[in-house]
Ligand binder design. Structure first.
Ligand SMILES: Cc1cc2nc3c(=O)[nH]c(=O)nc-3n(C[C@H](O)[C@H](O)[C@H](O)COP(=O)(O)OP(=O)(O)OC[C@H]3O[C@@H](n4cnc5c(N)ncnc54)[C@H](O)[C@@H]3O)c2cc1C
Length: 214
């Protein structure tokens, strides 16, 4: 059985479990396994990640009608801080129905190895995003009625050349511990479907090891 200390460091709780799936980001998993799986820990440390911030704007629809299309991607060659935009009010019918007087537009910022872009206060980040959006949409955007910045530090694992081999090495060492599996965006793909797949794979492996049917 596994004995785990969970929760905040100021209020730790110990739980016992027959099986454990470490579905944490690579950096956290590295810390959790380094005492007993040093090769996996070292390998996980090599999985880099990008930090992301998502800025959501609420504009008065009377000043900015929802732009057409669901959004766009901005390649690095454009030299912009934003890397994507979603016309939320155009993309999501429920949002347009719920708040027809508001045009919601989101922009995401934060490319791999460009952390400096995000090292600004929320208000400065929002202003940069608004300026970039306006330039790309070809019009000066109105002052938003509200805005919100959501930061996802280290939220996007980066798959470098050799990732598949690195993950195989991690899994091979983790597999030597009965009742332990890893899952999440660091392994088999970053998108939600791939993450669900890795969770299922981990659960299946534990069930098989315990002699349970799929
Ligand atoms: C801004 C953004 C937009 C995205 N948009 C899309 C999209 O449109 N479509 C898509 O398919 N994918 C998208 N992705 C990718 C996808 O959302 C993520 O890759 C996926 O959610 C990661 O899931 P996960 O379970 O591996 O990690 P997470 O969802 O990050 O879960 C990890 C969990 O581990 C917990 N944790 C961390 N450390 C510890 C610890 N020491 N002990 C215990 N728990 C800990 C965290 O609190 C968290 O709950 C997006 C990602 C970002 C950042």
């Amino acid at each position: 059985a596994w004995e785990l200390t969970i929760g905040a460091t100021t209020a730790p709780r110990v739980i016992r479990a027959d099986a454990v799936v470490l579905a944490t980001p690579a950096a956290a998993t590295r810390k959790l396994v380094q005492a007993f799986a040093p090769a996996a820990a070292t390998t996980l440390a090599a999985v880099e990640s990008a930090s992301v911030a998502v800025v959501t704007f609420a504009f008065a629809a009377s000043e900015l009608p929802p732009p057409t299309g669901s959004g766009f991607l901005v390649p690095p060659i454009e030299g912009r801080s934003i890397k994507a935009s979603t016309n939320s009010s155009s993309k999501w019918g429920w949002l347009a129905r719920q708040a027809p007087e508001v045009t919601y537009v989101r922009a995401s910022l934060g490319r791999h190895l460009e952390e400096a872009t995000l090292q600004r206060p929320d208000a400065a980040l929002a202003e940069i995003a608004r300026r970039d959006l306006g330039d790309i949409l070809g019009r000066r955007l109105p002052v938003p009625v509200d805005w919100h910045v959501q930061r996802w530090g280290g939220g996007l694992p980066q798959y470098a050349v050799g990732h598949v081999e690195r993950i195989e090495l991690v899994r091979n060492e983790i597999a030597t511990f009965h009742g332990l599996e890893v899952a999440g965006a660091a392994y088999d793909g970053v998108g939600i479907p791939a993450v669900i797949g890795s969770g299922r794979r981990a659960a299946r492996a534990l069930a098989e090891a315990a002699g349970l049917r799929d």
